[in-house]
Design a protein around this ligand. Structure first.
Ligand SMILES: NC(=O)c1ccc[n+]([C@@H]2O[C@H](COP(=O)([O-])OP(=O)(O)OC[C@H]3O[C@@H](n4cnc5c(N)ncnc54)[C@H](OP(=O)(O)O)[C@@H]3O)[C@@H](O)[C@H]2O)c1
Length: 336
């Protein structure tokens, strides 16, 4: 089997990473066609060949077995429904369809069983939620999960190529004493700063990012009433999101029991001692867990705290998207 695959948004931070991960993992692809908002010549490299980028349109996206979307909400909203209708497999990194009923939100290590033969639309969850759920799933399975509090430390590239470029330009200006650029990808300038706002605020004071993490975490873990509170913070880091997580188990547990669960869990590197930082994990696919510690007993279970880090462009987006395709291939749900 060899697939005809399109990547919409192939010139962006996530799309470029999808192309790289498809090549690295040797996914059986006959032809890969990159798309973006406009045409470019020889702008994407796949298996050593420079490929022209095509302008995205409904007609141009017809006829592919699989279309990855990494082009923002607009592109997914405009083109995904017609493709799904025609039987194309759509793997979508935007937030558009993640919470729709009947649409699985697949984190292959955690809920692969939610994929059915008749599904064609596969949203990829929010990057912060993917990292969090990879870590919470073994806790849920070992000791139950009652409540989660998380503070995030999110990298500049989480705001796409423009976010990363703005942060690097801001840093350069500070070092060289140049006029400082206006913040546009972030609410405030990010260099030598910490910005406690990721996304727009709603009337309750939470941001869109915080709501996504809460709702998508509940959906991926199959715990619709899980007590989740998130504070999303942008930090001056290029790539990889970190999260400080506090959680309450549903029954009694221990550090030993949880450490064993993390050691065995797919997709996790557990560090029994020491620390792990974004720069340690950039460019890799595992979610790293460190600083596991016990807090106190409660009437239900126990509370614990940990630190986790994952490359949000890879496991938080592109690698998870490619793993979904690999899952469909393994089950015989895509291709001839
Ligand atoms: N960055 C992350 O860490 C991350 C993580 C998880 C999910 N996501 C999601 O992934 C998607 C892509 O994010 P990104 O960070 O990669 O953004 P990005 O770096 O800004 O890249 C956006 C890409 O989409 C293309 N594009 C924009 N509008 C389009 C349209 N109407 N039709 C077709 N292509 C269009 C752009 O093409 P041009 O180059 O021609 O403008 C570019 O290739 C977003 O939905 C984002 O929320 C991002």
């Amino acid at each position: 089997m060899s697939l005809d695959v399109a990547v919409v948004g192939a010139t962006g931070a996530v799309g470029e990473t999808i192309v790289r991960v498809l090549e690295e993992r040797n996914v059986p692809i006959e032809r890969l066609t990159p798309f973006a908002s406009r045409e470019r010549t020889a702008a994407v490299t796949f298996r050593g060949r420079s490929l022209d980028v095509r302008a995205t349109s409904g007609p141009a996206l017809q006829g592919f077995d699989v279309v990855f979307f990494a082009g923002g909400e607009d592109a997914s909203e405009a083109y995904a429904p017609a493709l799904v209708e025609r039987g194309t497999v759509v793997i979508d990194n935007s937030a558009t369809y993640r919470l729709h009923d009947g649409v699985p939100l697949v984190l292959p290590e955690v809920n692969a069983e939610t994929v059915r033969l008749d599904h064609r639309l596969f949203p990829v969850a929010n990057c912060t939620a993917i990292i969090l759920c990879t870590v919470l799933a073994p806790i849920r399975d070992t000791a139950g999960l009652h409540a989660v509090r998380v503070a995030t430390y999110q990298a500049a590239s989480g705001a796409g190529r423009a976010g990363l470029e703005e942060f690097l330009e801001d840093e350069r200006a500070l070092v060289l004493g140049l006029p400082e650029p206006e913040a546009s990808a972030f609410p405030q300038r990010l260099a030598r700063n910490v910005v406690p706002q990721v996304g727009a605020f709603d009337e309750s004071g939470y941001t869109g990012e915080e709501r996504k993490v809460r709702e998508e975490t509940r959906k991926m873990l199959g715990l619709p009433k899980l007590d989740v509170s998130v504070t999303g913070v942008r930090v001056p880091v290029c790539t990889a999101h970190s999260e400080a997580v506090w959680f309450e188990t549903g029954r009694k547990s221990s550090l030993e029991e949880l450490a064993q669960a993390f050691e065995k869990a797919p997709g996790i590197a557990f560090h029994a001692g020491g620390i792990v930082t974004p720069r340690d994990v950039e460019g890799t696919d595992l979610v790293h867990v460190a600083r596991l510690r016990a807090e106190r007993e409660t009437s239900r279970g126990d509370t614990f705290a940990l630190w986790c880090v994952g490359d949000q462009l890879r496991k938080g987006a592109a690698t998870n998207a490619v793993q979904i395709l690999e899952l469909l291939i393994a089950r015989g749900f895509v291709g001839d």
